[in-house]
Design a protein around this ligand. Structure first.
Ligand SMILES: *Cc1c(COP(=O)(O)O)cnc(C)c1O
Length: 395
């Protein structure tokens, strides 16, 4: 028996060093990292500003718990409030924890406001909100639930982009609507702005809270600090994690004041959440993301990468049937009988790392710091990967 539980299969590649958008494995082979630890290493590997922040914090103080005031946590929260709809922030350690806390906050808000019967959440099919028992039930992916008993009660699923189904699902027990502005694991599906607007309108009409899962889309991934900032729609609660601290485990729940004030002392908590090490790196990450022109550069990289991939999609129309996504969260839709896994493996053989998603989509989630050299190199590797699938297919 392998000492590591087999939940991740048996990955064979081991990396020992990273530098910018590149990873080096234990055999010294170099890879272009367009997986970025699943949208986590937003500034690439070994970013000097993050390394300096981590090192200097490590020499002073790692962890104290939330029994004490943590000045860098207050600073990070204030900065996030300045940069978003939020009026208060709770820090945790992961995406699923952020979303679970977001759901708790949505229930608590109604309970404190005289509606304890409002506790259910409406969520979308093909969504992903994490792996705790409650968050599995918020997506009800049969593959993820298999063997884990009955899904937790409290989540009602409706199909994406269907307002009739959504409005039909609203009952006197509904507390909130939970959506990812761009479905990530489900296959890189951006929700239409008109749909997000209708969700906001339905939430307002029925007194529900709108909860965005920006665990993957947040922190610059789409070319804005948060994906919903491309639209006029703001949520009441938002969960974040992945890119928030460039690779240091960290999550956050952002909320309006009306929600946050109901999360009174003792209602929620975390031992590790927002500790000095995490907050040092999160603040340093935010320093870079908010530099003048940083997100503009992300948008430019996105345009170049998307247009290159569109051309590949035309060139290899038996392998690809289009490209979708936003910013540097890009999905290539693979055409059957080819598979995203086979294309991803072929790309890896040509030195490019990517990530699979649902609906036979292969994701590119590069560091937000990439430039023309990395984009050209990725397109070249992907060109060769597509070619190898074509020749294998005819083989
Ligand atoms: C990754 C992800 C999660 C879960 O995050 P973890 O840190 O793995 O718990 C939740 N929601 C979305 C949209 C994600 O992409």
């Amino acid at each position: 028996m392998n000492a590591v539980m087999p939940t991740y299969g048996h990955p064979t590649v081991s990396f020992e060093r990273g530098e910018g958008a590149y990873l080096f494995d234990t055999e010294g082979r170099r890879y272009l990292d367009f997986a970025a630890g699943i949208a986590v290493n937003s500034l690439g590997h070994s970013h000097p500003h993050l390394v300096a922040a981590l090192q200097s914090q490590a020499e002073r103080l790692w962890h104290v718990s939330n029994l004490y005031n943590i000045p860098d946590q207050v600073r990070m929260a204030e900065r996030l409030c300045d940069l978003s709809f939020a009026e208060a922030v709770f820090f945790c350690n992961s995406g699923t924890e952020a979303m679970e806390g977001a759901v708790k906050a949505s229930r608590r808000y109604h309970a404190v406001n005289g509606h304890p019967e409002k506790w259910r959440s409406i969520a979308l099919e093909s969504s992903f909100h994490g792996r705790t028992l409650a968050m599995l039930s918020a997506s009800k992916n049969p593959k993820h639930l298999d063997g884990f008993g009955h899904p937790a009660d409290g989540f009602d699923l409706v199909p994406v982009h269907n307002m009739n189904a959504l409005r039909d699902a609203i009952t006197p027990e509904t507390a909130s609507i939970i959506v990812e502005p761009i479905q990530g694991e489900g296959g890189l599906l951006p929700l239409e702005e008109s749909y997000l607007k209708e969700l906001r309108a339905a939430a307002d009409e029925f007194g529900l809270l709108l909860v965005f899962d920006e665990v993957q889309t947040g922190f610059g991934r789409t070319g804005r600090l948060f994906a919903h900032q491309w639209t006029d729609v703001t949520p009441d609660i938002m969960g974040c994690a992945k890119g928030i601290a460039g690779g240091f485990p960290c999550g956050a729940i952002l909320a309006t004041g009306a929600v946050a004030e109901t999360m009174t002392a003792g209602t929620h908590g975390s031992t590790f959440g927002g500790n000095p090490l995490a907050m040092a790196v999160a603040n340093a990450t935010l320093d870079v993301l908010t530099e003048d022109g940083f997100l503009d550069a992300v948008q430019q990289s996105s345009a170049a990468l998307m247009s290159g991939l569109d051309s590949l999609s035309e060139k290899y129309d038996t392998v690809l049937q289009g490209v979708r996504g936003k910013g540097l969260m890009i999905g290539m839709i693979v055409k059957e009988p080819h598979t995203n896994a086979a294309l991803g493996e072929a790309a890896r053989e040509h030195g490019l790392l990517t990530v699979v998603a649902g609906q036979n989509v292969l994701r590119m989630l590069p560091p937000l710091t990439i430039g023309k050299t990395e984009i050209d190199e990725a397109l070249d590797a992907m060109d060769k990967a597509c070619a190898s699938l074509v020749s294998a297919g005819h083989g």
